[in-house]
Design a protein around this ligand. Structure first.
Ligand SMILES: [Zn+2]
Length: 278
């Protein structure tokens, strides 16, 4: 599933495509998405800046002075592409914005866990799903103390606690597993057991893996593509995720896999000892 770095890569790709011509027409497939709004409200609107909050994109659209927004979640496999109207539409295209400059913005999502909403930008920002999101891990001021304030009382294990979008926005399984390795923390340690120094290490590790993911253009394990259709390079940077049984890059011991709450993960039994709280 696209996490913060993948969504940020898409945001940057959309900005780089310089999409600013007004929307001339819209098209929507007949297939249900996880959430769906009224695209027709965007006809005549001029696309502006693309923002990101957690794993959501919020695209500002200027409709004759009214600030509208197109909120998009990529789900498991959603992606945007820019095409000419004459280009054949690939299978699983679910909505299209035709621009007055003879380009189309196409949203493709084979697994249909993605979706979109349309509304006044201020309303979209002030209501779920955006309103309930936790702090942005790459914002100034995000640190161990903030992370501890959000998660320090949680009975859940660290890996699961980090996936809670209300606690911290944008982190998914890949970057949670990588950050816990970097911080030397066992993924199944209860969050409430951590001390301040460990929260500080974890906050720093999260920022490092997320920044690295963005610098690599996102991580492509299966479906992720950026706006130009390319895969990310972040999978080459993964230290432990997906490397169960391989030697730990730090100590050489075999990395161990686990499944908790229906989600898999990987850790180094030597560098991330269980219940070691520092
Ligand atoms: Zn190790």
């Amino acid at each position: 599933m696209p996490e913060l770095p993948e969504v940020e890569s898409v945001r940057r790709g959309l900005m780089a495509a310089r999409i600013s011509a007004p929307i001339a027409a819209v098209w929507r497939s007949e297939h249900a998405l996880r959430m769906s709004g009224d695209l027709a409200a965007l006809i005549g609107a001029r696309p502006g800046a693309v923002g990101r909050r957690g794993k959501y994109l919020l695209w500002e659209m200027d409709a004759a002075g009214e600030a509208l927004g197109l909120l998009v979640h990529l789900g498991m496999s959603g992606r945007f592409g820019v095409a000419r109207p004459s280009d054949p539409r690939v299978k699983h295209t679910h909505f299209v914005l035709r621009l007055e400059d003879d380009r189309e913005l196409r949203f493709v999502d084979p697994r249909r866990f993605g979706g979109f909403l349309v509304g006044a930008a201020a309303t979209l920002k002030g209501q779920p799903p955006l309103a309930g999101l936790g702090p942005e891990p790459l914002d100034a001021g995000f640190d161990g103390a903030l992370l501890a304030a959000r998660l320090g009382a949680s009975e859940r294990c660290l890996r699961d606690a980090l996936l809670d979008q209300r606690a911290v926005a944008g982190v998914g399984n890949i970057y949670a597993v990588e950050a816990l390795f970097l911080a030397g923390l066992h993924p199944l340690t209860p969050a409430r057991a951590l001390r301040a120094s460990a929260w500080a290490r974890l906050a720093e590790a999260l920022q490092r893996v997320l920044n690295q993911g963005i610098a690599s253009g996102g991580t492509t394990l299966k479906d992720f593509r950026n706006v130009t259709g390319e895969v990310g390079r972040g999978q080459d940077d993964l230290k432990v995720y997906g490397r169960e049984g391989e030697p730990c890059p730090r100590c050489g011991q075999a990395l161990r896999g686990f499944v908790h709450g229906g989600r898999s993960g990987v850790f180094c039994p030597s560098d991330q000892p269980r219940r070691q709280i520092r």
